[in-house]
Structure formats: structure tokens, C-alpha cells
Design a protein around this ligand. Sequence first.
Ligand code: MGD
Ligand code: MGD
Ligand code: SF4
Ligand code: MO
Length: 738
Amino acid sequence: MSKLPVSADKIIKEFGPHLNYAPTEGYLGRDEPDKVVPTHCCFCGMQCGIKLLVKNNKVVGFDPWMEFPFNEGRLCPKGVQRYLQNNHPDRLLDPLIRVEGKGFEKTTWEDAMDRTISEIKRIQNTYGNDAFSMLSGVSLSNEKSYLVGKFARVALKTKNLDYNGRLCMVSAGAGNKKAFGLDRGSNNYADLEKAEVIFVTGANVSETFPTLTHWIWRARDNGAKLIVVDPRVIPLARTADLHLDIKPGTDSALYGTILKYMADHDMLNQEFIREHTSGFEQTLEAVKDYTLEWGEKVTGIDKEKIRTAAEWWGSAATSFLLHARGIEHHSKGVDNVVGCINLVLATGRIGKPYCGYATITGQGNGQGGREHGHKCDQLPGNRDISNPEHRKYISEVWGIDEKELPGVGYTAYELIEAIHRGEVKGLLSICFNPLVSLPNNNFVREALEKLEFYVVIDFFLNETARHADVILAGSLHEEEEGTVTTAEGRVTRIRQAVTPPGNSRQDTAILLEIADRLGAGDKFRYNSSEDIFNELRVASKGGTADYYGITYEKIEQNMGIFWPCPTLDHPGTPRLWEDYKFKTNDGKAHFNPAPYRDPGEVTDDEYPIVLTTGRVVSQYLSGTQTRRIGKLVNQYPEPLVEIHPELAAKYGIKERDLVKVVTRRGEGLFPANIVETIRKDTVFIPYHWPGKKSANQLTPGTLDPISKIPEFKVCACKLIPMGVKAPSSEEAAAFASE
Ligand SMILES: Nc1nc2c(c(=O)[nH]1)N[C@H]1C(S)=C(S)[C@@H](COP(=O)(O)OP(=O)(O)OC[C@H]3O[C@@H](n4cnc5c(=O)[nH]c(N)nc54)[C@H](O)[C@@H]3O)O[C@H]1N2
Ligand SMILES: Nc1nc2c(c(=O)[nH]1)N[C@H]1C(S)=C(S)[C@@H](COP(=O)(O)OP(=O)(O)OC[C@H]3O[C@@H](n4cnc5c(=O)[nH]c(N)nc54)[C@H](O)[C@@H]3O)O[C@H]1N2
Ligand code: SF4
Ligand SMILES: [Mo]
């Protein structure tokens, strides 16, 4: 890294031509930093270790953190740019308030808080407590996630709290609870290293969890066979031994067919099934007609490929199965997850070295954030808000009467529906951008316009916040102490590198002040994040997600501790189920029947093509953070629709032609990206953009009946070629900046 001042040209290149960035002295100088803070990337569930360089209370760069055991210094394109946010010109530095006819104006904290408190009280006094709701997100630390759960129930006294993991982790969570009675990936990734077969389904690992690729490649160097299931030849599939090009929405048929084949060919671990599981007979019965021919017909995968997958999986001595949103974002998300788990249980390859199973957690704290009471039906420790014993325990920890503790509230999309029909009148959102990330967003926009009062806590003005009445300037990952739980289940320390800039405040301080001013201050007396963590430890004690034995000190000494960790002298649990004592009611792992059914919307003459949506490597979620970083924007400036050359030829579509993609809910214009790596009956659009570029204008509000996850991964569409070329990506980038 050069220590000489760099030219403005270079700065502009780094931040992108569309950002009118005035370089700060700290950045230009590249002097020795004042301090180097080892912490974690703020983005995905890998939570790679990174060292932030701080100068004059600003984050000015980074160094790799070689010692952190998971990523050993490696970072992906987002990780190496993440440091550009703390100091970013778009950063919210003051609270904003909507002034009729004028838009947003800066205001004082006192004014913003007065308005917020008086509106919360007005709405709750007029319509009842549940008419004020909260939506939250799991980029937040464990401490903040726990605090939000308590804040909604004890300070706002509302049942209506849900979180963005509802769009992400809930199918996996529900499937894992059904099968194991506990919701965590069963292994740390070190168990990949000597697995003989690695089965990756619905996970674009090289783009979405890039640093995990290394562990899979390490296994391949050791001779592992890699099976990848995806409608696209994703980068990982290019180095796979077998790629199953599945038709979106048909996963449960594939796993059922493989199970049936293994049963017919004596490839089951009968002893494990007999001793340690229940439900096998009914599960096998549900797939009794699933021949290879039937599997091929439903999934579109050549039956010989299905046979090979079943042979490899059925005969391996060690194996690891990984899945992510590709199988979970479905109205059959839970079925797909238990279908995968059935394959793991049928071989008994779990709870042993190099034998693993895991869903790959998406958001930074997607794992921890789904354990501490963020969900509408959940209390800390992954307890159940409708279970009388669980309610009693948590009420005692919180010092309230159990009768005051609200019950189950609406899930995220159902909450939007309740707002739309006028039942819920007020909303506080933190760390969530539902207008971009929820399905059918024309409907979401209508709902937001119906709110009587909407307050947002964020550090950037996201698209949903534009509909707010008050915006409270909150804090970034590196501006508060805390912990997160990585996709592996490892609880690690997030360290504060700088204080929030300008008049922005720590998220925690904002929530605590609102709680205080609503009259609940006595229940929220904390002097530090560690105080909150220590209460979380007690609240989680005895729950399935037990953090009681984890302390800040222990985390620091061990580079993280894997939960469950029930006592102070417990070392933590990197690999679950070594004792085969599952957390279900009968102590056994449960097979669950997952018979095939169609997705919520199937193709027909009017909408003949399958649309699926997802991600690209350089953008993150709704893009609020990554669409502000020039280098990441330049890498993939706008959403393209991926189309196979044969499908494109059928419509006369050429590379970068504008294509109108239409579904029953809306339409959008996207430049064509003609690629041989996608199925001929399917198109793919990444979803990181708002407004007219949003893929979620098109997606349906169909939900999984158990997890209530939206069906982002499959719907029916039609393509209308516009007969004109889209502007070049440079032109588009310049346009986007206007
Ligand atoms: N670059 C980047 N990385 C991220 C994120 C990001 O926004 N950008 N977000 C983070 C978060 S929160 C999450 S949840 C994860 C998501 O990580 P992934 O789940 O890996 O990402 P997606 O692109 O949503 O979907 C994965 C794959 O599913 C495939 N797919 C579509 N339909 C089906 C189907 O019916 N069956 C099967 N088997 N596959 C299908 C798609 O082609 C796609 O390649 O990524 C995390 N990491
Ligand atoms: N079509 C389609 N839609 C999808 C998906 C898909 O695959 N296809 N994937 C879904 C998935 S898996 C997910 S996880 C969701 C994500 O959807 P969202 O959660 O809506 O996406 P984010 O971009 O994370 O929005 C979070 C907001 O929180 C802010 N934020 C981040 N960290 C903090 C913090 O520490 N404090 C505060 N106060 N604010 C913070 C950011 O600035 C941003 O404005 O999208 C879902 N939507
Ligand atoms: S893999 Fe995830 S955590 Fe690691 S650097 Fe990339 S975005 Fe950050
Ligand atoms: Mo996610």
C-alpha cells in the first residue's frame, strides 16, 4: 500500500465516476493508521476476519487478518471494499424529518424523538398496542437482535415484530427443527476437508460465500467428488464432477428420487436408521413411485445424472451436504430442506468427522439473529413464544408479568398485508429495506403509503426509508461493540473501531432512549454491549440455542466459541450430534415425508418461461450498501436477465437487447445477458436494485405454509423483446448516478 498521496483520479476510480466524492485527508494520506482493529466483515454469514485501519476516528483501509481460522486472511470483492462506508458522503449524519411539501429536513434528536414517541403513543392509544409494529434485520449483532426482541415486547408492548431472516433463513430453520429439534448447521467447515462427496444444492457458493470455496477446493484436492445442483452452471459447477441442471421448483422430487434409488439398491445405513431416527417408513412410503424416469420428467435432469448422484452419495464413506436459498426460497422451502436432511439421515453420515450437513447462513448475523427473539413467534434461546414454560422463564429474566408478554405476531410479508388492509398503522424498521427485498413490491409500496407513521433507523437513506416520516441516523457494524454468530455457529467478537460520525448515534442508544421515553427504562439498564450479552446468556440458558457458557473473554481467547455452550467450563460444540442425542421430543433424528407438489405458480401458454432470482458477487442484498461503492457498481452496474442462446434465438433477442419481463404482478425492462450456463426454459435476474430495475416487481407473494418464506426462486413469466439495445454499461453507470 503506497504511503504517497494518491491522485484524485485514482480516488474517483475507486469510488466510481457517479459519486461526487470529496476525498478526505485521512484517505488521501495513507499514513500509518492510529490503530488496527481486528473485527469481521459486515456482509455475509461467513463473517470473515478483517483488520480495519483507523485514522482520525475514520476507517481508512484494511489489512487481512491472517490468524482468523475460517478465512485465514482471504476476502471477497465486497470484503475488500466494505471499509468505504463509515466515511461515505451519503452517510446519514443527522436525524431527518419529513416536512409537508418539502421532503426531508435535518432536525435535532430531541425533535425527532419527540415526534416518534408522540406518534407511537397516539397510534397505540387509538388503535391498540399491536397496531404499532416493528421490522428488524440480522446484519445486527447478537446484542442488538436480543435487544430488539425485548424492546418490541417490553417497551412497544406489541406482538408485531418480525425480521428480514423471514426472507432468508426460515425454511432452513423450520426444517432443521423438525429433523433435529435445533436450528444450526451441524458442522464447522473444517469437516469439509476430507469428505469423499460434497453435495451443494441451491447455493452459488463462489459468488455468495466466496471464501467458503477454498474449503471445497481443499476437499477436491484431497480427492472429493463434487455434485452441484443448480438451474445454472454457476462458477462452482464448472469445477464440479457432476452438475444437475434442475428445473426451478422441483427439488423435493430430486431428493425423493435419490432416496428411493438408495433404498432399492441397498445403500441405506439400516443400523443408524433403526437406532437413531424415527419416521423412516412413512418417508419412504411417500416416494415409493419416484423412479428415475419420473424424477427426470419432473426435474428436467437426465436420469443417468440422477443415478450417478445417488450412486456416489449412497456409497461414500464420508460426505457433506450444503444448501442455501436456491432450495429454501420456495412455497415448498421446508419440504426441500427436510428432503435434503432425509438423504443425510439415510446414510447415517452425521455427528462424525468429515460427515456433515449445513444450510449456509446468508446475512452477517443470520445465525445469531435467528436465535434471540427476533422472530414473531420466538423468545431468546430459540424458545417458543406460545410455550407457557418458555414464557414464564423469559418473563422472569425480563422482570415482567407473564400476562404482559405479547403472543405470536405477523410474519414479515403478512405484516405488510395487515398494513395494507389498515389493521396495522405504525411501523419502526431497523436494518431492513422491504421495498426492495420483499416480493411483489408494487403492493409493498401501496402498504407503506397507508402507514400513519413510519420511523426508520439506518445509516444510509434506503429506498423504503423514503416513505418514512422520521429517519434516525444509526450506526454501522464497526461503530459498536458486540458479537455475531457465523454460518458455522461460531460466536465471534465485533469490535468498535470508530464512534458514529456527525450526530449519528449507536443503534443501541437509540433503542434505549425510545424504551426509556415509553416508560420502560427500568427494564433496559445497560452500560455496555457486554451487559446486554450477559443478559442474553441468561435468557438463552436452557434453550436449544444455549449461550450461557460464552463470555467476551472466552471468545477473545479462542477466536470464537461454537454454541451450544451451556456452562462456563464447556469448550463449545463445533460438531453437533456426536452423541446422537437429538433435541427432538423422542431424542431421535426425524425423517419427514416430503412428497412432491408443484410450485405456487407454474408456466402456461400465457407465461411460458420460468423466472428465478438471486445474487451477483459484487452486490449485497437490497444494494443499499454496495450500490454506493464505485468499484462494486462497476463490476456489475445494473440487473441483466440471463437467457440461454436457444431461448434468445426463439424471440430474436441479441446480447444487450432490452427485454421486457412480464409476470402476473408487474413488468420490468432488463438488458439481455445471453449465456449458455442457464437452462433453456428458465431466466435469471439478480435482485439488488430498486424501482424500475427491481426483480421484485415480478415475484409473487406466495409463502411456504410453515416457514412463511416468499417464493423468490420460481414464478412464471413471459418475455417481450423491445427491439432496441440497452445503453452500454458505462452509459448506464453514468445514468444511474443522475
Ligand atoms: N454477493 C453476495 N453474497 C451474498 C449475498 C448477496 O446479496 N450478494 N447475500 C447473502 C445472503 S443474505 C444470502 S441468503 C446468501 C444467498 O446465497 P445463495 O443461496 O447462494 O444465493 P442465490 O443467488 O439467492 O441463490 C443460489 C442459487 O440458487 C439457484 N436456484 C434457483 N432456483 C433453484 C431451484 O429451484 N433449485 C435449486 N437447487 N437451485 C435454484 C440459483 O440459480 C442460484 O445460483 O448469500 C449471502 N451472500
Ligand atoms: N427477488 C428476491 N428477493 C430477495 C431475495 C432473493 O433471492 N430474490 N433474497 C432475500 C434475502 S435471502 C434476504 S436476506 C433479504 C434481505 O433484504 P433486506 O434485509 O431488506 O436487505 P438489506 O440490504 O440488508 O437491508 C438492510 C438495511 O439495513 C441497513 N443496515 C445494515 N446494517 C445495519 C446496522 O448495523 N444498523 C442499522 N441501523 N442498519 C443497518 C442497510 O443500510 C440497509 O438499508 O432479501 C430477500 N429478497
Ligand atoms: S465472503 Fe462474506 S464475510 Fe467474507 S469478505 Fe466476502 S462478503 Fe465479507
Ligand atoms: Mo439472505
